[in-house]
Design a protein around this ligand. Structure first.
Ligand code: ADE
Ligand code: ZN
Length: 339
């Protein structure tokens, strides 16, 4: 397949996106627009200047740029605009279903109410139907905050439970194991929510964290999670249980060098339900099709392998089985037309 053929194949392939932080879709131009609208001096006045601040080399340095950038998000309309701008891009990337992470504590900790955040995001989710994108929200706990803060956040979310499909765990993983939040995850599950957790790439305790998340907490997916290849027994467990692994091979490897392509291919060949996602596309240099393309071109993926990644994305999503079957048949039709 030529580069053009791979790109064209990916560009029209129906897919789901399951690892996408809505705050990570804050493009420099929108950040500037929201700063002006809210009369906030962010220290830059041009898109290029803002873009230059999106500079980091690992998870902590990324987070130290990421959280301060959120200060421009103040009103319900700001959250709506942020999410809707992403959902338009999702539609253009033939994303049929997306489960979007949001970080309420990153906003409530600076005085923005939970209601403001979730109402803005939810309105965008509703309007996304008109774009042909089925969207849902996954609330993340910030793992570098306390258990008490997570407990309080879950309590605040309860009146909006019907607008949330699951809970996740993100932010700085160093010395913040999944088990720290075992109780809050149990409570979330008891409230009918799905559960997933970030097990970021190459962390100090990656394997131990993956073990805790899978074997003790019973999460349905691990986000990133590619270090699982280091433990064949865990891979076996994940394959047997149909655990989702939401990898994010970055489109731009200069700022985020950890593509983990070999691990993704190994997991795919073993039948693990691994898929491709964009994580924080405004920061990592590409939306989902760019990430599929970066992986496919660098590792010479066949159409069948690319399609399997998309099939997996629907398979481990949190939609009803009938809807899953519908999307899988869309992929079948797409493949048969492509022959
Ligand atoms: N918050 C946003 N993106 C994240 C990531 N990839 N890992 C941990 N926390 C995050
Ligand atoms: Zn992430």
């Amino acid at each position: 397949m030529t580069a053009c053929e791979i790109r064209a194949f990916i560009d029209q392939l129906p897919k789901a996106e399951l690892h996408l932080h809505v705050e990570g879709t804050l493009e420099p131009d929108l950040k500037l627009k929201l700063a002006q609208r809210n009369h906030i001096d962010i220290g830059q006045t041009t898109v290029e200047e803002v873009r230059k601040t999106y500079n980091f080399h690992d998870l902590p340095s990324f987070l130290s740029v990421y959280y301060p950038a959120m200060e421009v998000l103040q009103t319900e309309q700001d959250f709506y605009d942020l999410a809707y701008a992403y959902l338009q891009k999702a539609a253009a990337n033939t994303v049929r279903h997306v489960e979007m992470f949001f970080d309420p504590q990153a906003h409530t900790s600076r005085g923005i109410s939970f209601a403001t955040v979730i109402t803005g995001l939810h309105k965008a989710v509703v309007d996304a139907q008109d774009l042909g994108v089925d969207a849902a929200l996954v609330m993340c706990f910030l793992r570098d905050y306390s258990k008490e803060s997570a407990r309080q956040t879950l309590a605040e979310a309860m009146p909006y439970k019907d607008w949330i499909v699951g809970v996740g765990l993100d932010s700085d993983e160093h010395n913040n194991p999944p088990l720290k939040f075992a109780r809050q995850f149990e409570d979330a599950q008891a409230a009918g929510l799905h559960i997933t957790a970030h097990c970021d790439v190459d962390q100090k305790d990656s394997i131990e964290h993956i073990k805790q998340a899978l074997e003790i907490m019973g999460v349905e997916r691990i986000d990133h999670g590619t270090n699982i290849v280091e433990d064949p027994d865990l891979v076996d467990f994940a394959v047997k249980q149909g655990i989702g692994i939401t990898s994010c091979p970055p489109a731009r490897t200069d700022t985020s060098p950890k593509m983990k392509g070999e691990a993704i291919l190994e997991l795919l060949s073993k039948g693990a339900k691994i898929c491709v996602n964009s994580d924080d596309p405004a920061y990592f240099g590409g939306y989902i099709n760019d990430n599929y393309y970066a992986l496919a071109s660098q590792f010479n993926l066949s159409k069948e392998q690319i399609a399997q990644l998309a099939r997996n994305s629907f398979e481990v999503s949190w939609i009803p089985s009938l809807q899953k079957a519908h999307y899988q048949s869309q992929i079948d039709t797409y493949l048969s037309k492509d022959k």
